[in-house]
Ligand binder design. Structure first.
Ligand SMILES: CC(C)(COP(=O)(O)OP(=O)(O)OC[C@H]1O[C@@H](n2cnc3c(N)ncnc32)[C@H](O)[C@@H]1OP(=O)(O)O)[C@@H](O)C(=O)NCCC(=O)NCCS
Length: 266
């Protein structure tokens, strides 16, 4: 099999998670409390989704996450998962409505790309490009989705890839409608998988690629707004999200409960 024909990418555990999430989409799309697609089994309303279902997922896959939940729900989660003694990993939730996103991101994108960097047109992002994107994400510490998820074949979604003059990837991001009609985030796109070649960091490319993905979300996927997550210690990411018109929502968090100390991306 050619590498680009392999739908999944990464080590055995990561590939198994990608396959499980892809297989779940049809069910998660209509299930109260479920997030349509993420890297690990995820609920945005664990009460509606069912604590038993989440606990079973944690026992089976070693990791689950709760997304956009209050502190009270996090305390309940700690109690519900106590028998499995998982380690919690926290991310802050950022949110922007379509108008704020358009205003902030429009200005960033209008500044243009740095010399020599070009955006790969969406209709030219084939399996080979998605394979490169998966490898780029892993190289920069981000757990990728399967190619079908990245391609938008499973739920409305689009990958953004910026390339250097020599054809190598300079930066990536992604936008997708990962919240179903039951969710408090229904209609809001998740934007993520933002990464910049370390040699090009600090030059505004992160803001540019993230702004493009945010505009794709509201203008092409029809989202009413966007949400992104950032860890407390990821200053460049937090500044990037704020620059793109999103604001931190302190009363809502994203927590991944993991049986190992390994910290996957949210
Ligand atoms: C996060 C990331 C994409 C940012 O890309 P970048 O090209 O370096 O970012 P930019 O140059 O566009 O800068 C974005 C903002 O962060 C600020 N920033 C950049 N580097 C910073 C640093 N080391 N510390 C603090 N702030 C920093 C910039 O000043 C800018 O904010 P401003 O508009 O308020 O001035 C990049 O650091 C990266 O690939 N990190 C690894 C993967 C990752 O963490 N992705 C995010 C997952 S949520």
């Amino acid at each position: 099999m050619k590498p680009e024909d392999d739908p999944f990418f990464g080590d055995e555990t990561t590939r198994a998670l990608q396959a499980a999430r892809d297989a779940d989409v049809a069910t998660m799309r209509d299930m109260p409390g479920a997030v349509v697609h993420a890297r690990v089994l995820t609920a945005d309303d664990p009460e509606a989704f069912g604590w038993d279902r989440l606990r079973e997922g944690l026992a089976r896959e070693g990791v689950v996450s709760v997304r956009g939940v209050t502190g009270e729900v996090i305390l309940t989660a700690e109690h519900e998962f106590a028998s499995l003694s998982p380690k919690p990993h926290f991310w802050d939730l950022f949110l922007g409505d379509a108008d704020d996103v358009r205003a902030a991101c429009g200005k960033i994108v209008a500044q243009g790309l740095p010399e020599g960097v070009t955006r790969q047109p969406s209709d030219e992002i084939d399996a080979k490009a998605l394979h490169e994107m998966q490898a780029f994400l892993v190289e920069h510490g981000i757990s990728p989705f399967s190619k079908r998820a990245l391609a938008g074949e499973l739920f409305p979604a689009r990958a953004v890839i910026l390339r250097n003059g020599d054809g190598s990837i300079a930066a990536t991001a992604f936008a997708g409608l990962t919240h179903n009609h039951h969710s408090w985030l229904s209609g809001v796109a998740w934007v993520g998988l933002a990464a910049v070649d370390p040699a090009l960091r600090g030059l505004g490319l992160g803001k540019t690629v993230d702004a493009i993905a945010n505009l794709v979300a509201v203008d092409e996927l029809g989202a009413s707004g966007t949400t992104e997550f950032a860890a407390a210690d990821n200053a460049p990411s937090r500044a990037m999200l704020r620059a793109c018109g999103l604001r931190h929502v302190p009363e809502r968090m994203v927590v991944m409960f993991s049986a190992s100390a390994q910290r996957l991306t949210a």
